[in-house]
Design a protein around this ligand. Structure first.
Ligand code: MRU
Length: 360
């Protein structure tokens, strides 16, 4: 392994090369490889193929990606520039449907274009570059703030169970659900973290276990179907997960299996925390049922990780990438503006009011 990923930013921009730079997460944990992407088709593929994944990281990649598209548009005419910008935006937006950060970041970049229609195209391009950098830098501060809030909910020595990867690899630094663990670890807390392997794409085993273990956190990988057993053993004091989209009513959509974990946590009386920046909270989506759930290729289940096929050729496969924890199972939602508790329709509105008053 050449580099310690904890010293790297997961997503960044190389301005000189006009490139989006990412850690290729499909190669982890064996190889830490940085990819420098300049073509829009390669950026789209990187998002779709999960070379860059996790809601905040996808948002930052999209912001940098759309700036790179905009900078190459060859016209001085605003209408023509805007039409081409929209086409590039729609293309990147089609890469994945569930994580709202993708649309949040692209909409934020588009608003900059429409709010500055009176400026020259060259000026708009500069504003877009500055905004992409701002979105990336904000992500680091936001994750750190959520880490601080999350840390107030746990204690030295706690057992914590997490699902998928909502760590540094899912953002630029720190991550969402793993931010309290990284910050606590820096301060000498000794957590015992259980990472669900997270079938079918193994983000827990390949990514969370990798980043926690390489940071020196006590980490144990379990198969997803072992969560009940470790909870029954009394080894878990809290569940921490991220979210791809929190609906206005607090239903929290996240990697497939999150719903089952929330149900288990309720049964065992273990707090179930969702750590999600406001960029992952979609007040325009009333409930979890309204969130589009991505379905991915059957091969991810039947053969991707095996030397030979593990299901009969031609058998039907259902492969939804996400589900949602019903709001009544969510103990609290930790945002960069504080901790929201039920009833979420009200507490999330208050979080956005705070956001209007103080920006990050
Ligand atoms: O399919 P993925 O790997 O992009 O799914 C990611 C997750 O489900 C994460 O838990 C979620 O994006 C929150 S990340 C901070």
């Amino acid at each position: 392994m050449s580099e310690n990923i904890m010293n790297l930013e997961t997503v960044t921009m190389d301005e000189e090369a006009g490139a989006l730079v990412i850690i290729d997460q499909t190669k982890l944990p064996d190889t830490v490889e940085l990819l420098s992407l300049t073509r829009q088709a390669d950026i789209w593929d990187a998002i779709y193929l999960l070379r860059v994944r996790g809601a905040p990281a996808i948002g930052v990649a999209a912001a940098i990606g759309i700036y790179l598209a905009a900078k190459d548009i060859e016209t001085d005419d605003y209408e023509s520039f805007y039409a081409q910008f929209k086409a590039a935006k729609d293309y990147l937006a089609s890469a994945r449907p569930t994580a709202v950060n993708l649309f949040w970041a692209l909409d934020r970049m588009e608003k900059l274009v429409t709010d500055n229609a009176d400026k020259s195209v060259a000026e708009i391009k500069t504003l877009l570059r500055d905004e992409a950098v701002k979105i990336k830098e904000e992500d680091i501060r936001v994750c750190r703030a959520m880490g601080e809030y999350g840390l107030t909910l746990i204690h030295d020595g706690d057992g914590i169970l997490t699902h998928c990867n909502a760590g540094q690899l899912a953002a630029v630094k720190y991550g969402t659900a793993l931010a309290p663990i990284h910050l606590g670890h820096e301060r000498g807390y000794k957590f015992k973290v259980f990472t669900d392997e997270t079938r079918p794409l193994l983000q827990g085993a390949r990514l969370s276990a990798f980043e926690l273990h390489s940071s020196g956190v006590d980490t144990t990988v379990i198969c997803d179907n072992m969560a009940s057993q470790v909870m029954k053993n009394g080894w878990v004091q809290a569940v921490f997960v991220g979210s791809d989209r929190v609906a206005a009513n607090g239903d929290a959509c996240n990697k497939i299996g999150t719903s089952a974990l929330a149900i288990l946590a309720k049964f065992y009386g273990i707090p179930f925390y969702v750590v999600a920046p406001t960029s992952s909270i979609d007040m325009n989506t009333p409930s979890g049922k309204d969130i589009p759930i991505e379905e991915r290729p059957a091969e991810e289940v039947t053969q991707m990780w095996y030397k030979q096929r593990m299901a009969p050729e031609g058998v039907k496969v259902y492969n939804p990438a996400f589900d949602f924890a019903d709001n009544e199972l969510v103990t609290a939602i930790i945002t960069e503006y504080g901790i929201a508790r039920a009833p979420y329709n009200e507490s999330l509105k208050e979080i956005f009011e705070r956001k209007r008053e103080e920006s990050f």
